[in-house]
Design a protein around this ligand. Structure first.
Ligand SMILES: Nc1nc2c([nH]c(=O)n2[C@@H]2O[C@H](COP(=O)(O)OP(=O)(O)OP(=O)(O)O)[C@@H](O)[C@H]2O)c(=O)[nH]1
Ligand SMILES: [Mg+2]
Length: 130
């Protein structure tokens, strides 16, 4: 099965992260996520993240810091998530495509339901603030 490469942005301001709710009809729908999406063939990961954050949450990304890369097999889909922290951006993130969005304290992220692959992202963020 082909692996889908996904650029994922952890949008951070102080100790809060901006998350959005995936529309019900999509893969892993109804769960919360870090905004992002699939890299297109003609793009770098950086470019993919800039485009996705512009499309999904309406911000301009000015800096990306690598956090981790996760490979996960959902059975129906294999994904490689390239997760970056975004602290430098302009505009105020909001669900640009009608999806719910929220600023959540890092310490409260574990109260939200995320796709399985995201567990390690949340663990890593928690380690950083400890
Ligand atoms: N954006 C995002 N995708 C995630 C996360 N965790 C995770 O497993 N994924 C998986 O990564 C895959 C691709 O993400 P996506 O559906 O946002 O891609 P996209 O924005 O390009 O969507 P599109 O197909 O509507 O153009 C999905 O299978 C999704 O389940 C996450 O935190 N954020
Ligand atoms: Mg997306």
């Amino acid at each position: 099965m082909k692996k889908v490469e996904v650029a994922v942005g952890v949008i951070r301001r102080n100790n809060q992260i901006f998350i959005t709710k995936r529309p019900q009809n999509l893969h892993q729908g109804g769960k919360w996520e870090f905004p992002g999406g699939k890299r297109e063939a003609d793009e770098s990961m950086d470019q993919a993240l800039v485009r996705e954050l512009r499309e999904e949450v309406g911000i301009e990304t000015h800096g990306q810091l690598p956090l981790l890369v996760i490979e996960h097999d959902y059975g129906d889909k294999q994904v490689v998530l390239d997760v970056r922290i975004v602290e430098q951006f302009s505009g105020e993130p909001h669900g640009q495509e009608g999806q719910l969005g929220a600023w959540v304290a890092i310490s409260a992220l574990s109260d939200y339901e995320f796709p399985e692959a995201n567990k390690v992202i949340i663990e890593k963020l928690l380690e950083r603030i400890r």
